[in-house]
Design a protein around this ligand. Structure first.
Ligand SMILES: *Cc1c(COP(=O)(O)O)cnc(C)c1O
Length: 411
């Protein structure tokens, strides 16, 4: 018997979502295995010519047609992500993409046309900015960047050609928490589609569509995969935008491999406990860093008193292990010595895996509408770190950071 999904808490949905009996068994033994098998398929076969000519009865997941429309492994992942997104509604859905960047591109290409203006938050992930400056500009879309924290400035930025808005909250480098419901409401009044890069929070931490967002995008590479072994992205929306997302993705030939979909489903099942553990460890480390004389600012919205904490506490139901910090004074060379002295933090882009990572934080050159360091901050405090806290014991990570700070002090 199937439990009514909308009555279940998110933690329970993580275990039940996407496990349709017809995708996890055979016709005479539906639901016989726990996970959908990896359906490797390009060709889908028809019973007879009449069935071939009739084609799929609907353009919806769950109907075999041809490999590019996926098969049960991909359908199960998409359905699971939809079930986790409150507000997608019965006719909403999720499109899968080969990476998070492909999902952002798929969402923006769905929401805008040549000649339109896109408003992009100034804390956006660098490849989102590069997409706007490069390919979207060539395609005739003009992008204007706005201060992520300035509601009045955002309202004033609209013109009659503004068709879409890209938010990212918290900004994945500088961690500004945006007033998502207020920004989305202003966008809606102006007839623009709001796309939110919700990779940091996932639907467990921020129910994007219920907060007024039209299209919630995630890099599944991060928390959903969770094991640093796959690249995938998703875009989830209610019926109106889901239909359009689907149309664009199909026109562009977007499809993901069943192997990656199976890995993402496997990661998804443990995402809740990983996020809880990473959030708790990140808070432990953030509190410790806050007490260190070498640290000017800890940019961790889950930390009481940190920038953005009030909005985070109002809108979010969870956090994750990703946060940043700014060091007091110093030099780039000393910061690099700090990073190189760390043994447990791998040096690498990405985040959300089981293992901790560190990257230097130098957002200044990629800001357009707002200065970095921000107005009011001491301009000498500009060298930072971004930490992605994994599943290690936080005491070991603190000892590692102590070694790093010793190298900073020595440099
Ligand atoms: C990593 C990341 C992406 C892009 O995801 P990929 O799967 O690496 O293409 C998008 N947004 C944010 C905030 C990210 O950190």
């Amino acid at each position: 018997m199937k439990a009514p999904v909308d009555k279940l808490s998110p933690a329970t949905r993580l275990t039940t979502a996407g496990r349709r009996p017809e995708w996890t068994g055979t016709a005479d033994q539906p639901g016989a295995v726990v996970n959908p098998p990896v359906w490797r398929s390009s060709t889908h076969l028809y019973a007879d010519t009449a069935a071939l000519k009739a084609g799929p009865r609907t353009n919806a997941d769950g109907r075999f047609y041809y490999g590019r429309r996926g098969a049960p492994t991909q359908w199960a992942l998409a359905e699971a992500l939809t079930e986790l997104e409150p507000g997608a509604g019965p006719d909403g859905g999720t499109m899968l993409y080969p990476s998070g960047v492909a999902a952002i591109a798929g969402a923006l290409m769905t929401a805008i046309r040549p000649g339109d203006v896109l408003l992009m938050t100034d804390n956006a992930y660098d490849p989102s900015r590069a997409l706007a400056r490069g390919w979207l500009a060539q395609w005739g879309v003009e992008t204007r960047w706005f201060d992520p924290l300035d509601l009045a400035g955002f309202g004033a930025a609209f013109c009659d050609r503004t068709r879409a808005v890209l938010l990212e909250s918290p900004g994945s480098l500088t961690m500004e928490v945006q007033d998502v419901p207020a920004l989305a409401a202003i966008a809606r009044q102006n007839g623009a589609c709001t796309v939110l890069d919700n990779t940091w929070a996932s639907p467990l931490g921020l129910a994007a569509l219920s907060h007024g967002v039209d299209i919630a995008v995630m890099s599944l590479t991060k928390h959903v995969g969770g094991h640093s072994d796959l690249m995938l992205g998703s875009a989830t929306a209610g019926a109106h935008w889901y239909g359009k997302l689907r149309h664009t993705a199909q026109a562009l030939g977007q499809v993901v491999s069943p192997d990656d979909a199976a890995l993402a489903l496997r990661g998804l099942r443990s995402m809740g406990v990983r996020l809880e553990r990473e959030t708790a460890s990140a808070l432990t480390l953030a509190r410790w860093l806050e007490s260190r004389p070498e640290v000017a600012r800890v940019l961790c919205p889950m930390l009481p008193g940190a920038p953005g904490h009030d909005l985070w506490a109002r809108d979010f139901t969870g956090g994750c292990g990703l946060f940043s910090l700014v060091l007091k004074g110093g030099t780039a060379a000393a910061r690099d010595a700090l990073i190189d002295a760390l043994a447990l933090f791998g040096i690498g882009y990405s985040w959300g895996g089981f293992e901790s990572l560190v990257t230097p934080l130098d957002p200044g050159p990629s800001r357009s509408a707002t200065p970095w360091p921000p107005a009011g901050a001491d301009p000498a405090d500009r060298f930072g770190l971004r930490l992605s806290i994994g599943l290690e014991d936080p005491a070991d990570l603190i000892a590692d950071l102590e070694r790093g700070l010793a190298a900073w002090n020595a440099a």
